[in-house]
Design a protein around this ligand. Structure first.
Ligand code: ADP
Ligand code: CDP
Length: 241
């Protein structure tokens, strides 16, 4: 399948037209950015790592009854997805306090958040992705109240599935960001689920295996991402015989 016209070049992925009107091609690039694009680098192989992890989780979620945009992989960094009308919200689930929540509120880094906390940020780089509460989501017309309820419930379901999955691998899913979009008459999961969009700690040592390694110069980001890929490959060998 050939890549069609480039429709959008984001910070980490490029979105192309596909041969089918209701599908797009999402190419995971090696570019890495942090702090709203202030820090920028390129790591050979990063796109393929994130694409493979995203594809794995989209399949895993589908098997567990969560609808996603994933169609198939074209190559190691390129996937065919259903074309969604994206909802400009970053839906963040947090199981442990880290990152912005610790800077903005009196939480201690590492504090357990049980029940998990959902935070919604309005996706707008120029405004710095401001947090929006339920009333603002309704007032902005981003979702209806029943859609908002559904998005939150689905996020909690995804969180439980991913948290338990990583727990089995000896890792703690601290937090992650997902995006949803409209498809036909429903709302389904889009974008990606990768080390770029989550915080993942070793359960014992609390070592990071995610973008924080890059954000805060904690070590070699490719070897951190590679460890997650390796663990998932190990899990697949055990479970998908
Ligand atoms: P950003 O826009 O934050 O820089 P990316 O580089 O990841 O992010 O770009 C991917 C873009 O594609 C995002 O804007 C995302 O909302 C959008 N997107 C993801 N999945 C789909 C989809 N299935 N249909 C349409 N747009 C999508
Ligand atoms: O990353 P930062 O501390 O700035 O923001 P956060 O609100 O603490 O991020 C919570 C989680 O969402 C982290 O896992 C981020 O990697 C992820 N996130 C993301 O993927 N994209 C964003 N634009 C913002 C957050």
């Amino acid at each position: 399948m050939e890549l069609g016209e480039l429709l959008y070049k984001g910070k980490a992925k490029s979105i192309y037209k596909s041969e089918k009107d209701d599908e797009l091609i999402s190419c995971f690039r090696d570019d890495m950015t942090a702090f709203n694009g202030e820090k920028k680098d390129c790591f050979s192989g990063k796109g393929a790592y994130n694409a493979s992890v995203s594809a794995f989780f989209f399949n895993y979620l589908e098997k567990n009854g969560v609808k996603t945009h994933f169609v198939k992989m074209l190559d190691e960094r390129t996937m065919v997805v259903k074309k969604l009308q994206m909802i400009p919200l970053e839906v963040i689930a947090r199981n442990v306090a880290a990152g912005s929540i610790v800077k903005k509120l009196p939480f201690k880094e590492g504090q357990i958040l049980n029940p998990p906390v959902i935070i919604t940020d309005y996706k707008d780089d120029e405004r710095g992705d401001p947090s929006v509460n339920d009333d603002l989501i309704l007032a902005l017309g981003l979702l209806t109240s029943s859609e908002l309820k559904e998005v939150k419930e689905t996020t909690l379901r995804i969180n439980k599935l991913l948290y338990d999955f990583f727990d089995e691998l000896g890792m703690v899913l601290v937090d992650f960001k997902i995006e949803f979009g409209r498809y036909k008459n429903g709302i389904i999961l889009g974008d990606e689920i990768s080390m770029d969009s989550m915080r993942l700690w070793d359960r014992e040592t609390k070592e990071s295996f995610d973008k924080d390694v890059y954000r805060y110069n904690k070590g070699n980001v490719m070897s951190a991402y590679g460890k997650v890929v390796e663990k998932i490959e190990g899990w697949k060998k055990e479970h998908l015989k």
